[in-house]
Design a protein around this ligand. Structure first.
Ligand SMILES: Nc1ncnc2c1ncn2[C@@H]1O[C@H](COP(=O)(O)OP(=O)(O)O)[C@@H](O)[C@H]1O
Ligand SMILES: [Mg+2]
Length: 308
């Protein structure tokens, strides 16, 4: 049965609040007149599918029960993009991975965005076992959620399904808020999935195109060659592909990964197609759709092999 298209928010100029400085893309916060929450509108980089990648990723997370920021397709002054609902509300404040790592891992450089090989799973787990943002010494007694590590492994499984290569240290975080004399902490929902689903490829033309990768059945190798934002060893030159990261981590942390891997049973080829299908036809090309489906289906099948 054909499904209704995903809705598209038409952003009115008077809703615009302020630009967001963090991250690489142009974007701004807005609030519609009838909504309480703020949303972040992100312009996709030209000739990429970053906007539909954000939406599809959020829908995959939803099916897998992985806490995620809500995403809708949105148009601002004729430009299509994505809108992400803020989860930093009701007093909760977002602290990024780099702030947490800098407070816990000796010598961690929070400013280093590229080739940050200290951004390893081991270091991340060490840091979020007892999060303490470096510039907030009064958070020493924060009541820390036991969900942090299991939730982070859920993000890794999501990244592996959608081929998210951008899980760097400002693309995950924790939420903290003061509760009387104490601070409460919990992992932030996952956000920024713009760099996934082969969003950077061109449909056709010279070199590596979607058309060619599909025709030559090279979607698998494309996925395996990806370089992600998390390193395995601090001496490695590149981050692991999101799929390989999960392959290596599952034997080390089987109990942490078991729930998310088990929930993969909710996906199959039809479900994957059903998630991509409602992106309106004027937002995504047929090849972009096909490639996103094949990539997720390949990744999904590889992940099924790891089920415990
Ligand atoms: N849903 C959200 N709620 C609260 N803050 C957010 C949310 N999404 C993004 N942010 C903040 O905005 C920053 C930039 O957004 P992000 O989606 O990472 O954009 P970019 O693709 O440019 O890196 C994030 O690092 C985070 O600080
Ligand atoms: Mg980001």
């Amino acid at each position: 049965m054909p499904q209704p298209n995903y809705p598209v928010i038409q952003i009115q100029p008077e809703w615009v609040l302020e630009p967001e400085a963090l991250g690489s893309k142009q974007k701004f916060w807005f609030r519609s007149e009838d909504k309480e929450t703020e949303w972040l509108f992100k312009f996709p980089e030209p000739n990429t599918g970053q906007h539909w990648a954000e939406k599809i990723a959020a829908e995959v997370a939803e099916i897998l029960d992985i806490p995620h920021a809500r995403v809708e397709l949105a148009v601002f002054q004729g430009t299509p993009g994505s809108a992400t609902e803020s989860f930093a509300r009701h007093g909760w404040q977002l602290f990024h991975g780099n702030q947490i790592l800098a407070g816990k891992v000796l010598g961690y450089d929070p400013q280093k965005r590229f080739q940050q090989s200290d951004h390893t799973l081991t270091n991340i787990f060490a840091a979020i076992s007892a999060a303490l943002p470096v510039e907030q010494p009064d958070l020493r007694n924060a009541v820390w959620s036991a969900r942090a590590k299991p939730q982070f492994t859920e993000y890794l499984v999501l990244d592996a399904v959608i081929g998210n290569t951008d899980r760097h240290h400002e693309n995950w975080g924790v939420l903290l808020r003061r509760a009387g004399a104490e601070w409460q902490g919990m992992p932030a929902p996952t956000f920024d999935h713009a760099s996934s689903l082969g969003r950077e490829l061109l449909d056709s033309g010279r070199g590596l195109s979607r058309e060619r990768l599909l025709r030559e059945r090279r979607v698998g190798p494309y996925s395996e060659r990806a370089r992600g934002g998390i390193f395995w060893e601090t001496t490695d030159r590149h981050g692991l592909s999101p799929l390989e990261l999960v392959r290596r981590a599952v034997p080390l942390y089987p109990e942490l990964f078991r729930p998310a891997l088990t929930r993969l049973e909710r996906l199959d080829r039809q479900r994957v197609q059903d998630i991509v299908e409602p992106v309106p036809a004027d937002w995504i090309t047929t090849l972009q759709r096909q490639f996103a489906i094949e990539l997720m289906y390949y990744n999904y099948n590889e992940l099924l092999k790891l089920r415990l």
